[in-house]
Design a protein around this ligand. Structure first.
Ligand SMILES: Nc1nc2c(ncn2[C@@H]2O[C@H](COP(=O)(O)OP(=O)(O)O)[C@@H](O)[C@H]2O)c(=O)[nH]1
Ligand SMILES: [Mg+2]
Length: 453
């Protein structure tokens, strides 16, 4: 529930830095500022101008020299009066200043509460608010760009466009409901059906963009699998450019799942190193191998590492069989060793093969290129992308309802019945921008945010 009180938080990251910012939002923001700032009186501050002054602690003793600014509502992030106090970036300084704002009457903000207020006050719609969280969490250039576009309203505009089309259809149905007694033949069924079909197709395509959008936001999950000692951990380290996993000549070293992400040509790729697949020698290894199977199931792509220096073994077959349910790449490792490996033809089955060595990095460019190709980020136009499961579900539900409406128009159902489906579709689209979202949904979305945002 949204209470119109005054909230405060340290808005900058923990740790030391040049500057830290304490942010205050609400009707008493300027009163709070008056208690902790000595210089030009805050109630005389012009909006959006910085003032230098002394910052005071909770007992009104001098704490620091700093800056204060007010952004008077509605021209602020939250739409309320927002005061920011800039102090030096020692954690203790910022904490004391924050404590002073609480002593002056502010309440400590919960995670996402500033953005929640921005949403409630109509500064952002729900899709835009979500994109703020995505922008902060972005791990690749593409993720950053898509989040920035969504923040600027690209998804909201697309949704609004289809909502308006549906409102047009609903209005025409409404007219014929009102006049149906006198003039039943007035409903342009063919025209309305064509309209509904267009909306349906657009929504269906938008929902389908989630296949790529999910990868943009969450990253492409790549499981590195293979028998023990094939060189999986060596490849993880090679791809990350860091010694993340322990590499030893002892088979069965990696027993837990190790996961790291990098930005590969603008795409976040999450590499997952797994325990070697074989008959486990103890309980810990068995759990590790079970997890390896789970990781393959959760991955978008599997890289099956094979050992060039050894013959094809049953364990290779087990690893490949586990990976075959997914798109996969065969990586023949240890190319520096004399070749003993013969991959049975039936096992290769059209998968691309990369030959290389984790020791000297041979083949790593090709492997990266194959991974990017698998992500299918080719040269399709950027357009609007759905990046959240919540949006995909809402759009699919809307599309299904529009499809029912088109079908009902075709089969001669009465306009009031068709209108119900159109209204259902409108409601589902409304969920995305937050017109029709229940409070529980809002709570879940805003609880993802850090405090101070
Ligand atoms: N000759 C050679 N040895 C490698 C290569 N890659 C890994 N190794 C060695 O193979 C052993 C097992 O490597 P590791 O990455 O721990 O394999 P994992 O069990 O699949 O994770 C280690 O001794 C590595 O140094 C390679 O390309 N060539
Ligand atoms: Mg390993």
């Amino acid at each position: 529930v949204y209470v119109r009180d005054t909230i405060a938080a340290i808005a900058t990251a923990g740790g030391t830095g040049a500057v830290a910012i304490v942010r205050v939002s609400g009707p008493d923001a300027l009163d709070v500022a008056r208690r902790v700032f000595r210089g030009r009186a805050p109630e005389q501050w012009q909006s959006h101008r910085l003032y230098a002054g002394d910052l005071l602690d909770a007992s009104e003793r001098l704490l620091d020299r700093g800056l204060g600014v007010v952004m008077r509502g509605p021209r602020s992030y939250t739409g309320e009066d927002v005061v920011e106090l800039h102090c030096h970036g020692g954690m203790l300084v910022a904490r004391r200043l924050f404590g002073a704002t609480l002593a002056a009457g502010a309440r400590a903000a919960r995670g996402g509460e500033f953005t929640l207020r921005a949403f409630v006050n109509g500064k952002l719609d729900l899709a835009q608010a979500e994109s703020v969280a995505d922008l902060i969490a972005a791990r690749s250039d593409t993720a950053l760009r898509v989040a920035a576009e969504q923040l600027s309203g690209s998804l909201s505009a697309a949704i609004e466009q289809w909502r308006e089309r549906l409102i047009g259809i609903a209005a025409r149905l409404e007219v014929s409901i009102d006049f149906s007694e006198e003039d039943v033949g007035d409903l342009d069924r063919a025209g309305l059906e064509a309209d509904a079909t267009r909306v349906f197709e657009a929504l269906r395509d938008l929902a389908a963009s989630y296949a790529r959008g999910r990868i943009v936001r969450e990253g492409l999950r790549v499981a590195i699998v293979g028998k023990p000692n094939a060189g999986k951990s060596s490849w993880l380290n090679r791809l990350l450019g860091a010694d993340r996993a322990i590499v030893t000549p002892l088979p069965g070293t990696t027993r837990d799942v190790i996961e790291e992400s990098i930005d590969l040509d603008g795409v976040a790729v999450v590499f997952v190193d797994t325990a070697g697949i074989r008959s486990p020698t103890d309980e810990v290894e068995r759990i590790g191998i079970d997890r390896a199977h789970e990781q393959i199931a959760a991955a978008d792509l599997a890289v099956v590492v094979l050992d060039n220096g050894r013959e094809w073994e049953r364990e290779d077959e087990e690893a490949l069989n586990a990976a075959r349910q997914k798109q996969h790449i065969l990586l023949i490792n240890k190319a520096d060793l004399p070749s003993r490996l013969r991959i049975p033809k039936a096992m290769q089955n059209g998968a691309s093969v990369v030959i290389g060595s984790a020791l000297d990095g041979e083949g790593s460019d090709r492997l990266r290129a194959e991974i990017i190709r698998a992500a299918d980020f080719g040269d399709r136009p950027p357009g609007v992308l759905i990046t959240r499961e919540r949006h995909r579900r809402a759009i699919e539900s809307a599309a299904a309802a529009v499809d029912r409406a088109a079908e009902a128009l075709r089969t001669g159902h009465p306009p009031d019945v068709i209108a119900v489906d159109v209204m259902t579709a409108l409601d589902h689209l409304g969920e995305i921008v937050g017109r029709t979202s229940p409070e529980t949904v809002l709570d879940r979305i805003f609880s993802e945010f850090c405090i101070g945002k």
